[in-house]
Design a protein around this ligand. Structure first.
Ligand code: DGY
Length: 326
């Protein structure tokens, strides 16, 4: 019997590819140039599985053009690039990579929030430009984190990990908004209280966004929502671009209607809205919240575990849809 054949759509760690090669014929993307849908379709012809990351579009058009495909396994936790319902209809198994990145991503969310509140990159740019002449009492004053109100939009695993850091490490009262409330025994250790979105926006001194991207969360934070926030507040987005209206955010930052922001994700990334590049009070990073060495490796191994399971008839460790009927 022929060995299954898989495509690894981006460059990943050699040890992970070696594991896949022990089971499958493997084609890799060693140049690491992202393939668009047409190229992906071309390269997927005759292949049984694909290892994807955050950006490869797996949609109905691709599925119709690749009828032999049986598994799509992503090393990301967010899977807005994959039409899971269409995969289920086509009998294609899908997995993502939850849990292994939770703490690393929460660490980074906190770092970004602190950098924005305490103006770390803004003041560093000032120093590097050679403009530092003297210490002054009101020099780069920012906002405190300790004892201020932490607002979390999206209270999944990463939201809860951020809440824990805020409550236990910084003495921050935590408010959150999520479709479903946590059970009281999960809220209690986080000192977290569920509130409506309007109250979250009005009360948060520091708002962190960790809600998944979908049609329902597109521009969930736009001009009207930003107008409800305190002008002294910060906003941090480590979820997905498109949840925040970047143009509206840039305008609020520029006009002093919001103190600062930290963004790791952008609508249309790797492009960044030019208005954001023009405002000083925003910390911008290139979608690296989960990028610690051990975590990225664990994410890739988990995608490989899923791909091996899917194509050898085993239950997927972190599958997102039911197995196709025999
Ligand atoms: C994810 O896993 O969804 C992250 O955004 C990738 O770092």
């Amino acid at each position: 019997m022929n060995r299954p054949s898989v495509l690894v759509a981006r460059r990943v760690f050699p040890g992970v590819v070696e594991r896949l090669r022990a089971h499958f014929d493997v084609q890799t993307n060693d140049d690491d140039v992202p393939w668009g849908r047409e190229e992906l379709i071309r390269r997927l012809q005759g292949r049984d599985g694909v290892f994807v990351t955050t950006g490869e579009p797996i949609d109905r058009v691709l599925l119709a053009a690749c009828p032999q495909l049986r598994a799509v396994c992503s090393m990301a936790v967010g899977y807005n690039n994959i039409d899971v319902a269409a995969c289920t209809e086509a009998g294609v198994l899908v997995s993502n990579a939850p849990d292994v990145l939770t703490e690393t991503t929460a660490d980074f969310g906190f770092a970004l929030m602190m950098a924005a509140a305490r103006r770390i990159t803004e003041s560093e740019r000032f120093l590097r430009r050679g403009e530092w002449r003297q210490w002054s009492a009101d020099f780069f004053v920012g906002a405190d984190l300790h004892g201020t109100t932490l607002g979390i939009l999206g209270m999944g695993r990463i939201g809860q990990a951020i809440a824990r850091r805020g409550a236990l490490g910084f003495g921050m009262p935590v408010l959150y908004h999520n479709r479903s409330r946590l059970a009281p025994e999960r809220e209690a250790p986080l000192s977290a209280r569920w509130v409506g979105l309007d109250e979250l926006l009005a009360q948060a001194d520091h708002l962190v966004i960790v809600v998944p991207y979908s049609a329902a969360s597109h521009h969930l934070i736009g001009a009207p929502e930003l107008a409800r926030m305190k002008p002294t507040a910060t906003l941090t987005n480590i979820a997905r671009g498109g949840v925040v209206d970047d143009a509206a955010l840039a305008a609020a930052l520029r006009d002093g209607r919001l103190a600062a922001a930290g963004l790791d994700v952008f609508e249309g990334e790797p492009s960044v809205h030019p208005d954001l590049l023009g405002v000083p009070n925003v910390v911008l990073t290139p979608h690296i919240a989960s990028a610690s060495g051990p975590t990225r490796l664990a994410m890739a191994h988990l995608a490989a575990d899923n791909l091996i399971a899917a194509l050898t008839g085993q239950p997927l460790p972190t599958g997102l849809n039911p197995a196709p009927r025999a």
